[in-house]
Ligand binder design. Structure first.
Ligand SMILES: N[C@@H](CCC(=O)N[C@@H](CS)C(=O)NCC(=O)O)C(=O)O
Length: 222
């Protein structure tokens, strides 16, 4: 299988964690932001990464969107399972995954790129990096007001995840699911921000554990 990705994307990390958890052999192709659209449009009709090319006869040519990729991997190789057998728990895990994808992954992006342009500028102060960050901030409408809203969404999300992970090792059910994978991947960029590292040590412990379980390289900062 071939995973088309941006190296720094937390959604691509989500796909890599699932591939690693299932022990599926795959290769990656890193695309250049901007030019990626030329390659993706004819494949999926979407502009976003990750995209998985199974390269297996009888399987789809290309799968876009991390949630669709995880769902494909589950049907392609059911064990170890990332879906829960209990119907209610399965639905709950899918809903958490969707919330994490659509709301929290976006909030993380806002807070992270705001940090990289401001207090975290020294991580890579080069002109090139700051131009890329500026383009991303522009593309997604990242400014003081939108970052404030994103920060509030993250605070609520972290309360919800904390209460779930304190009750059990898993967000839903009795084994790792798509919800845990999504949470760990989509919050991982916060590892570079000391305010989050100090305020939510349990989150980063869980991020490290699940990365180790999936054989995935730890995110920057950990
Ligand atoms: N819901 C999508 C979101 C993926 C996403 O937002 N990917 C970003 C990178 S982190 C992207 O490809 N952005 C480029 C673009 O929108 O053109 C998923 O789960 O795969």
């Amino acid at each position: 299988m071939l995973l088309l990705q941006f190296t720094t994307s937390h959604y691509c990390r989500k796909a890599r964690l699932a591939l690693g958890y299932k022990g599926i052999h795959y290769q990656v192709e890193n695309l250049t932001p901007g030019l990626h659209i030329l390659k993706l449009k004819p494949l999926t009709g979407l502009t976003t990464l990750p995209v998985l090319l199974p390269q297996i006869e009888g399987q789809p040519q290309a799968i876009g969107d991390s949630t669709q990729i995880l769902s494909f991997l589950e049907s392609y190789q059911p064990e170890p399972a990332l879906f829960l057998t209990n119907h209610e728990q399965h639905t709950e895990a899918l809903m958490l995954e969707d919330w994490l994808d659509e709301s929290i992954g976006t909030a993380t992006r806002f807070v992270y790129y705001h940090f990289r342009a401001d207090a975290g500028k020294q991580i890579d102060p080069s002109l090139f990096s700051q131009i890329v960050i500026g383009v991303i901030r522009n593309q997604y409408g990242i400014n003081n007001s939108s970052v404030q809203l994103a920060t509030k969404r993250l605070t609520i999300a972290l309360e919800e995840l904390s209460s779930r992970w304190q009750k059990s090792e898993y967000l839903v059910g009795d084994h790792l699911s798509v919800a845990d994978i999504a949470a760990v991947a989509l919050l991982s960029p916060l590892a570079l921000i000391s305010h989050y590292r100090q305020g939510y040590p349990w989150l980063f412990e869980r991020i490290v554990q699940i990365h180790q379980l999936c054989g995935e390289q730890l995110p920057p900062g950990l």
